[in-house]
Write a new protein. Structure first.
Length: 328
């Protein structure tokens, strides 16, 4: 366990995903708080217990869990904390998440099924060849996902601006939809630190196109807008959901903006008078990716094409349920 600033410790928890470990943060003091918890696997649970014990804590000592968003690697173990605390204390651990992601914690089964519908729709409209569709095995993936999360029916959700008392001072929320609809950064002005979840990561993409709830608009544009919201915290230390701390929020945001501008430009160059499917565009942009990256590649390609359409640089035509893009 790494001490980052006085009273804050990073707990690195293994995940079964290519991203590797997820970072959870223990905030000592009253109430004993954890930012994110890791996925529900026996390996993750053992690691969390081991690292908490190195600071002389048990699962049941955690009084408050603040979740940055509703993805498996961040929320899966929450139910274990709640059960442990109910056994030793009367009240369950207080678990909090933004209301737009609340379903993932309250009822993961339903959330996973909605995700599956999103997968199905995306694969269908993208024109993925049947040979590759067969390899996706989404039912099996959904079952696997379900096994990685224990639902917490007693979880609370917040809407708008919320504040939480912690041992390092008050944490206030910034809603940053994009990576997921309810993605949230928790900010401690007193310590000048932002728990940034997967909104800002040091050297990897935040995958801004996989939020299945498109009520905020095009995922990638929503994400880019949310980057502005974090710019008010320039000079703060960002503690992300994966990998190393982000020391300079401003230059990271600028680098991300350039990265996405380049991607949009690259996609624009691929749009010609010959119609292409989203799948075909994804292969031109991301090359020879593996089937387990299919959803990410399709979701991002679809967003890029939607952005081009919005900017009048492309026309998306639905032919028998499959989107085709041509130059406008
Ligand atoms: Zn994550």
């Amino acid at each position: 366990m790494n001490g980052l600033i006085d009273g804050v410790y990073k707990i690195e928890v293994p995940t079964p995903f290519p991203v590797g470990d997820v970072n959870c943060y223990l905030i000592e003091g009253e109430p004993l708080t954890l930012i994110d918890v890791g996925p529900q696997t026996s390996k993750s649970l053992a690691e969390v217990e081991k690292q908490l014990r190195s600071r002389s804590y048990e699962l049941s000592d955690i009084e408050q869990i603040l979740l940055t968003h509703g993805h498996i690697d961040h929320i899966g173990l929450a139910a274990h904390f709640v059960k442990a605390r109910v056994l030793t204390h009367k009240d369950p651990t207080e678990v909090w998440i933004h209301h737009k992601d609340a379903e993932a914690v309250l009822n993961y089964e339903r959330y996973a099924e909605r995700y599956e519908e999103f997968y199905d729709e995306l694969i269908t409209v993208s024109g993925v060849p049947e040979k590759e569709t067969m390899m996706v095995q989404r039912k099996r993936i959904t079952e696997f996902f379900k096994s990685l999360v224990g639902s917490v029916p007693t979880a609370h959700s917040f809407e708008g601006h919320a504040t939480f008392k912690t041992g390092i001072g008050e944490l206030s929320t910034i809603w940053v939809p994009g990576h997921s609809s309810g993605s949230t950064c928790y900010v401690c002005d007193e310590k000048r630190v932002v728990f940034s979840g997967d909104h800002i990561l040091g050297n990897i993409s935040s995958n801004p196109s996989i939020a299945f709830d498109n009520s905020e608009g095009i995922g990638m544009l929503t994400y880019l807008k949310s980057l502005d919201r974090i710019l008010s915290k320039v000079g703060y230390l960002a503690l992300p959901g994966h990998r190393e701390p982000v020391l300079d929020i401003k230059s990271r945001v600028e680098a991300l903006r350039t990265e996405y501008d380049d991607k949009i430009r690259e996609a624009a160059d691929l749009v010609t008078n010959t119609p292409k499917t989203v799948y075909e565009v994804s292969r031109l942009i991301y090359g020879d990716y593996e089937t387990n990256s299919l959803i990410l590649a399709l979701a991002e390609s679809r967003d890029l094409l939607r952005i081009l359409e919005k900017r009048n640089q492309a026309k998306l035509v639905n032919q028998h349920g499959v989107i085709h893009v041509i130059k406008n």
